[in-house]
Design a protein around this ligand. Structure first.
Ligand code: SAH
Length: 225
């Protein structure tokens, strides 16, 4: 899978892809994330990518020209499944959408900044708009990192234990059961006996029961889905 991320602040998004699981995915050749600086596509001499809003009001708006130029350039090199714009009023991101996106081959993610992007970008260039929650960030970069992380870790071969992503919260409409590690006794706080029993069927049953209990308590609506 390849994800091209377009931003006017590349430094804001480089680091999440340079460590741990995302970096490993790249080293294994499973996912490639390429970050594009919108300023490289600005044609004016000050490399300006934003301008005042027509009609007045505070806040700058990202201009359509550099965005269009950058996306045309990418589209001339390969076919893209989706051209995504990160937006607080987009479709709410969840595990189901992460699963769907993980089946795609090439994605573009456009990050807005300041007041957002010129509406004509959203109307005529973007194919999908995604929000990571009902709150406003200062830019789309962190949101793009969130969805890229959630998607890339699902790709086969990225996590060492192939079944690991499947046992995470939300994959089967259940949240994850509690987990413990050494020591077995911390100042009298003990690990449940069943986990120490070595009895695999009983352990699986306990984990399932715990997951159901937790889901009822924390995400009551989810089990009905
Ligand atoms: N004026 C806009 C907010 C702009 S915030 C409005 O009120 O809707 C600047 C940029 O941050 C946006 O263009 C978007 O790319 C990104 N952004 C902010 N909140 C986000 C969220 N919850 N999910 C995804 N992207 C978000």
């Amino acid at each position: 899978m390849r994800i091209d991320i377009i931003t006017c602040l590349p430094k804001l998004i480089e680091s999440p892809f340079q460590h741990s699981i995302l970096n490993r995915a790249e080293e294994k050749g499973i996912a490639k994330v390429v970050i594009h600086d919108l300023r490289d596509y600005a044609q004016n001499k000050h490399k300006q990518v934003d301008d005042y809003a027509y009609g007045g009001g505070a806040g700058m708006v990202l201009m359509i020209e550099p965005i269009s130029r950058c996306i045309d350039d990418l589209k001339s090199q390969r076919a893209y499944d989706e051209i995504i714009y990160m937006s607080p009023d987009g479709e709410l991101f969840d595990q189901k959408m992460a699963n769907q996106l993980s089946l795609k081959k090439n994605l573009i993610i456009l990050c807005g900044h300041y007041k957002g992007v010129d509406e004509r970008v959203r109307q005529h260039i973007i194919t999908k708009e995604i929000s990571i929650g009902n709150y406003v960030l200062s830019g789309g970069e962190l949101a793009a990192a969130v969805i890229s992380d959630a998607v890339i870790r699902l790709l086969p071969g990225v996590l060492n234990d192939e079944t690991s992503a499947l046992s995470d919260s939300f994959q089967d409409n259940l949240v994850a059961p509690p987990v413990y590690t050494r020591p077995a006794d911390f100042n009298g706080l003990k690990v449940p006996d069943v986990l120490m029993s070595g009895h695999e069927a009983k352990i699986n049953e306990w984990r399932h029961d715990q997951a159901v209990e937790r889901t009822k308590k924390r995400r009551p609506g989810m089990m009905e889905e």
